[in-house]
Write a protein of this length. Structure first.
Length: 402
């Protein structure tokens, strides 16, 4: 059993980005990644919308604001440098009434405070960007929002780090902690390192608890599904988003233009009952069902952070007509019958503070001089992955390297 300098649990975009940051600092580092799937991007890293967000939703004092702003720039540069597909389709945030204008102005204020390229536009300016987009008086225009293929990006990072000497072992699922420097996988193999970095996504909290961390947290999974427009016409030219509820971590049903120009609406934010509850009874785990359902039942009964209202609102989205009607309010004309195909579901690993019963809205990392645990790589983690990885390495991995 060879011992590495760093062992990373999880080959998603965060684990890959951390490995990339480390190996670019020191080519002599021996870095090992274990990933439970046959390749990268099987879960959240490859099942997200592919939108590179600009960073104007969040207050400027948050990590999320800074990482999203910088991540947008860095990920765009990475895609161009590596000849990866990118759709410079921009984004507009539209309003329905006077009340929503107040939230729109707050978004503009946040964006400017975070040095994001953002512009308040009127209805005529909006018409020039996308004649089909509809707003009340004003909208926000984000020219740097773009879309990419997240699977293509993940595989490019995989190939880059492997070419620089990082070893990735696929089909190796974390099973248990042996000691603070050694773990065992379900195949029976043991992996050791001077420092272990837990980037296990949906299972990060469970891995962390084996090492004495994540005592105040648990992950509550939310299922996101988009509905694709299959009509021949292209009635939407840009990403169109509603003004969000700024107290809610979800952005509401919106239009996304994919890398190939396909229009889709979504996503849902439906509470899932086990961590990989993508479809039907696939990957069912009874223990997860009991634990997660218990927490969801408690949140439902107490209506913590409006969970009961959220659950009722989201379940209704399984009705295709209702789902489409939510999106129709943002445009003048759309063929509702053209939305025919549901996308591959994704699961959002949303951290819950068990003491306060509140969803954690920013990045959370815990650790010591032996192990580091990325507990909340919160959306938009894909956009934020490069600067977030650098911060984890600066503030945790190397600062406490034994």
């Amino acid at each position: 059993m060879a011992r590495a300098d760093f062992l990373i649990i999880g080959g998603g975009v965060i684990g890959l980005a951390i490995a990339r940051d480390l190996i670019n600092r020191n080519p002599d580092y021996k870095i090992t990644i274990i990933e439970k799937e046959p390749d990268v991007a099987y879960h959240g890293s490859g099942r997200n919308s592919g939108v590179l967000h600009a960073g104007f939703y969040y207050t400027a004092d948050s990590l999320k604001a800074r990482f999203t702003r910088d991540g947008n720039r860095q990920m765009r540069e990475y895609c161009y440098a590596n000849n990866l597909g990118i759709n410079e389709c921009a984004k507009v945030v539209v309003t329905k009434n006077e009340k929503e204008l107040e939230s729109l102005y707050e978004l503009e204020k946040r964006g400017k405070a975070n040095s994001v390229d953002i512009k308040l536009i009127d209805e005529e300016e909006l018409k020039a960007i996308d004649p089909n987009a509809k707003t009340f008086k004003h909208a926000l225009y984000s020219p740097t929002t773009a879309t990419v293929d997240p699977i293509e990006v993940n595989k490019c990072i995989r190939d880059e780090v492997v070419s620089k000497g990082v070893e990735i072992f696929f089909n190796e699922k974390y099973a248990r902690r042996i000691d603070d420097h050694t773990i065992q996988t379900e195949s029976g193999k043991k992996y050791a390192a001077d420092k272990i970095i837990n980037a296990a996504g949906l299972y990060a909290d469970k891995v962390a608890r084996d090492f004495g961390f994540s005592k105040s947290y648990t992950i509550i999974p939310f299922k996101g599904i988009y509905l694709k427009y299959k009509g021949e016409d292209k009635r939407i030219k840009t990403n169109i988003y509603p003004v969000p509820d700024l107290g809610n971590p979800f952005l509401g049903v919106h239009y996304t233009i994919t890398i190939d120009g396909t229009t889709k609406i979504g996503p849902t934010s439906i509470p899932a009952f086990w961590r990989e509850n993508y479809k039907g009874w696939g990957k069912f785990k009874f223990g997860e069902l009991v634990n997660i359902f218990s927490w969801e039942a408690l949140l439902f009964l107490t209506n913590a952070f409006g969970f009961r209202n959220l659950a009722f609102r989201e379940v209704k989205k399984y009705n295709r007509k209702h789902f489409v009607n939510l999106a129709r309010t943002m445009v003048y004309d759309i063929n509702a019958k053209g939305f025919k195909e549901w996308s591959k579901p994704g699961i959002r690993a949303q951290l819950l503070n068990k003491k306060t019963k509140e969803l954690v809205m920013d990045f959370v990392v815990e650790g010591d001089d032996k192990t580091i645990h990325v507990l909340n790589a919160v959306s938009p983690a894909f956009t934020s992955s490069f600067p977030f990885a650098k911060w984890v390495v600066d503030e945790y991995v190397l600062k406490t390297k034994s």
